[in-house]
Design a protein around this ligand. Structure first.
Ligand SMILES: C[S@@+](CC[C@H](N)C(=O)[O-])C[C@H]1O[C@@H](n2cnc3c(N)ncnc32)[C@H](O)[C@@H]1O
Length: 249
């Protein structure tokens, strides 16, 4: 194991080894998978649907593109992509088997299974050949990765030259008063909603803390630049509660 592998990373508001973060994240998503979609709707007042729609709508997908929905969860992004591509050209990859099983069931129920390929694997070690994808999407998954720089390099490996990476993620809310209001809501209500809907206070406490310890907009941009992405940019959505970062290989 190299010194880099021994580096501590944030898991919620605690610094742990990369291995412990990976295990901790796995446990959380196994626990929340059952009520995951309902919780997203309740916590964000349905706004996550609009953010995701705009994420895919503005990504200039061509009908022949080969797309990776990484940290795919239950497949929200893959479903939106499926309306834009032809053929079996969408790859859903998530390290959590329960989430991928939910995505499979859901794609069958909602009629986009035939366009999808499914893989259980972590972003730090992707099961794809070099230069496979035109576009890689990550929606609300990146802050959970145990090796963010390593995964950005790994994604760069599987992107075609000229292909793009797009990351939608919670970020730093802008403006003092708005940030205070957002902090009040998230620290006081989100874990309680988690408790009420799924009897799980701890996982939603992790969610709130993981947002606060994740890189902010400029730090994310720096990560893109350090790992070989070109023309990297970001835009804030909903006063920076969410940010959309894009870069080209
Ligand atoms: C908050 S969910 C997001 C799911 C979906 N993309 C969405 O927007 O609703 C985060 C997902 O990231 C996955 N995940 C976390 N760390 C990962 C990693 N290192 N590699 C692959 N998937 C990971 C989790 O298993 C979980 O399904």
């Amino acid at each position: 194991m190299s010194a880099k592998d021994n580096q501590k990373v944030y898991f919620g508001d605690k610094k742990v080894s990369k291995e412990s973060k990976k295990d901790g994240v796995e446990n959380i998503f196994t626990k929340v998978s059952e009520n995951y979609d309902l919780m997203n709707d309740v916590m964000s007042f349905g706004m996550h649907r609009l953010w995701k729609k705009s994420f895919v709508e503005t990504s200039q997908i061509e009908k022949d593109d080969i797309c990776l929905d990484l940290a795919a969860g239950t497949g929200d992004i893959a479903k939106l992509i499926s309306k834009k591509v032809k053929g079996k050209t969408i790859y859903l990859c998530d390290q959590n088997n329960e989430m991928i099983e939910k995505a499979k069931e859901r794609s069958l129920d909602e009629g986009f299974y035939q366009k999808c390929n499914f893989n259980v694997s972590s972003a730090e070690s992707l099961p794809y050949e070099d230069e496979t994808f035109d576009k890689v999407f990550i929606s609300f998954g990146f802050r959970n990765f145990s090796d963010k720089k390593g995964s950005l390099k790994e994604i760069n490996r599987v992107l075609k030259k000229g292909g793009s990476l797009q990351i939608l993620e919670f970020s730093a809310a802008q403006g003092k008063n708005f940030s205070k209001l957002y902090d009040f809501y998230s620290y006081n209500f989100i874990p309680k909603i988690g408790d009420f809907i799924s009897g799980d206070h701890a996982s939603y406490d992790y969610l709130v803390k993981s947002i606060r310890t994740h890189e902010n907009q400029e730090e994310m941009l720096e990560l893109f630049n350090q790992t070989g992405y070109l023309e990297s940019t970001y835009e804030n959505i909903f006063k920076g509660i969410v940010a959309l970062h894009r870069g080209i290989k």
